[in-house]
Design a protein around this ligand. Structure first.
Ligand code: FES
Ligand SMILES: [Fe+2]
Length: 372
């Protein structure tokens, strides 16, 4: 059961009150939300570890190993696979706390061996052997954590006290289901490090107010003022945009080499942000994801993947160019946010999805998790 009320974030309360006012009256979050190390530390614990972090694709994480060290926010996690069973465990030895594997480390063994004093655990986390003890001490298995595999992505709740994943997803589940991303292959991937706070990247994703000014290629295939935003349950924000007449997909010439996904809307692209770290862009012939990982208040590592039934060179070419246009804007915003002259500004009428997102963050900063 969801339990946690969170401690408030270290952001001035008056600034938050302004940010969570109704649309038309509210402003952006204060600068500290994007620049302060103690705010990022709070976010990693509560927004990332405290909800459901996306760790990537199951076949890449555990395709040819039985164990992998990962991070859910600031919490070290050990993912294991035993046949078809995927388990998440606190990556903290029950003897004196050593990590079982470093972050990114893997092992293909059938047991988990602590590198420090060689306590061993089964893949389900139960304690198996403890060298030099007369008998294995009871009740010292690795701490199990909630884990879900959804359409091929692995999600972990690092603190163990979030709402159930189905509640986290809410109405987003039905929007993504027709695309059946579990049947798609990763056709291409780019890694970017953007010198901007992770929320600046998400906020930029949620509006096309900027599109006529920095995205000529995008505007050629999709009218920037088209589409609607969704208002459904769940910890996510998103909407759709239309393809122009004659455009088959988002690509430089609007054409697709084929490989349309059966059963999906051929005239629209869905842009969905699952809180906190996965952006899902659903096209007629491919699925693009941005997985965000904050590395500093002003730096975000972004893994951009294109999933398709076949090749996706047209998608990679189009979106790499568009991504870089976005990253340049985000980095400029970050520099502006760091100025002593920055003041949170009001939203434009077509920035309602940004407002929804800021409201989610602002309420969370006040100690109210997305499910509260
Ligand atoms: S800390 Fe793991 S065996 Fe000692
Ligand atoms: Fe953009």
């Amino acid at each position: 059961m969801p339990t946690a009320a969170w401690p408030p974030a270290p952001v001035p309360a008056g600034d938050l009150d302004r940010a969570i006012r109704p649309f038309g009256e509210s402003t952006m979050l204060p600068a500290a939300a994007y620049t302060a190390p103690d705010v990022l530390a709070w976010e990693l614990r509560h927004l990332f570890a405290g909800t459901w972090s996306c760790l990537g694709r199951l076949d890449e994480l555990l395709g040819d190993t039985t164990q992998r060290g990962v991070l859910a926010g600031d919490v070290p996690v050990l993912l294991t696979r035993d046949g078809g069973t995927v388990t998440a465990l606190a990556n903290t030895c029950r003897h004196r706390g050593h990590e079982l594997l470093p972050e990114g480390g893997t092992s293909a063994r059938a047991v988990v061996v602590c590198p420090y004093h060689a306590w061993t655990y089964r893949l389900d986390g139960s304690l198996r052997t403890t060298p030099r003890y007369h008998e294995v001490p009871a009740g010292h298995g690795l701490v199990p954590l909630p884990v879900e595999v959804w359409h091929g992505w692995v999600f972990v709740n690092g603190t163990g006290d979030a709402a159930p994943f189905a509640e986290h997803l809410g109405g987003m589940a039905g929007l993504v289901a027709p695309y059946a991303p579990e049947r798609l292959e990763t056709a291409a991937r780019h890694e970017y490090v953007v010198r901007a706070n992770w929320k600046v990247v998400v906020e930029n994703y949620h509006e096309c107010y900027h599109c006529p000014h920095i995205h000529p290629e995008l505007c050629a295939v999709s009218p920037p003022n088209s589409g609607d935003n969704y208002d459904l349950p769940g910890a996510w924000v998103g909407g759709s945009m239309d393809l122009r007449d004659g455009a088959e997909t988002m690509s430089l010439d609007g054409r697709s080499p084929g490989g349309f996904l059966p059963g999906v809307d051929r005239r629209r692209v869905l842009y969905l942000a699952l809180f906190p770290d996965l952006l899902l862009s659903l096209h007629p012939d491919y699925v693009m994801t941005h997985r965000l990982r904050p590395v500093a208040p002003d730096a975000t590592r972004i893994e951009c993947s294109w999933l398709a039934l076949g090749e996706a060179g047209h998608a990679e070419e189009f979106w790499d160019r568009t991504n870089r246009q976005d990253w340049a804007a985000c980095e400029s915003v970050q520099r502006g946010l760091a100025s002593p002259h920055f003041r949170p500004g009001p939203f434009a009428p077509n920035e309602d999805a940004v407002h929804q997102w800021v409201t989610l963050i602002g309420r969370a900063y006040q100690g109210r998790p997305p499910w509260a």
